[in-house]
Write a protein that binds this ligand. Sequence first.
Ligand code: PBG
Length: 324
Amino acid sequence: MGFPIIRPRRLRRTSALRNLICETRLNRSDLIYPIFIDERVQKPIPIESMPEYFRLPIRYVIKEVRQVIDLNIKALILFGIPSKKDEIGSQAFTTDGVIQRTVRVLKREFGDRIVIITDVCLCEYTNHGHCGVLKEGEVDNDSTLEILQKVAVSQAQAGADIVAPSAMMDGQVKAIREALDDSGFIHTGIMAYSAKYASSFYGPFREAAESKPEFGNRKSYQMGYENSNEALREVELDISEGADIVIIKPALPYLDLIHRVKEKFKVPVAAYNVSGEYAMVKAAAQKGWIDEKSAILEILTSIKRAGANLIITYFAKDAGQWLD
Ligand code: PBG
């Protein structure tokens, strides 16, 4: 008698069997929904490079968030586009800045029914589009830290549950933790963009947020895509500086890192499924080249399978409608 055929197909025969052995189940509670709030607009403005996505005026945000809550998605990340930009991004930390106003409105309406996360960065607020302040034509780390502290404290004051520093300045998590604690915001969490790559997949976001650098690029602060040990070091530093959650960004080209970070560190890991990843799927789906729903579910599930506990994704509302 020859060796019998081993038959993995046995467990794939019916949908009930496949469901029984399903290893990764995507849930609505895994998803974080990004919202762009534009202080200059009176009605939702479509973002051309992000089909079906809009920049919203503050007064539309309540309606949008009510829909998100009705879909059982319980976390948001907010990005602001101010009416004025300057050298140091001062609209990022004023009490009546676009984000501060939005957070107050949302907290008043929804209280703790939704987790509000705010992006702590300057690129949407500076007239040169860099994530920090300039000194002799370079992005200056330590003077940027002082501004990031003000941004984070002003967002916490408005009611943000979690702040998400995304400028990739050295020491930003430590500086922000200290500033929050000194101002009494010991319960405000930090979700750090620890491993943020200088990626071509941010293109559509930069159109949406009008945050393209006026000169040069972000390679002196964001990481090169060739490296992964460097990302582990960044994650380790951020955890030691007080990060509560760490982010890997983008998601799909960096699934290996999501996996390595999850294996090595015991903190919640978030993956940012960025604007370019969204745009590619939407564009191909519009052409009829891929099936949108199954592609999106496959992508999000693969990010979770790699090890992400949380996924920041522009697909959150789509997926929210499809998941059971
Ligand atoms: C701000 C920031 C960026 C993104 C999130 N926060 C852009 C950048 O670094 O240029 C990109 C998100 C996306 O592409 O979806 N620094």
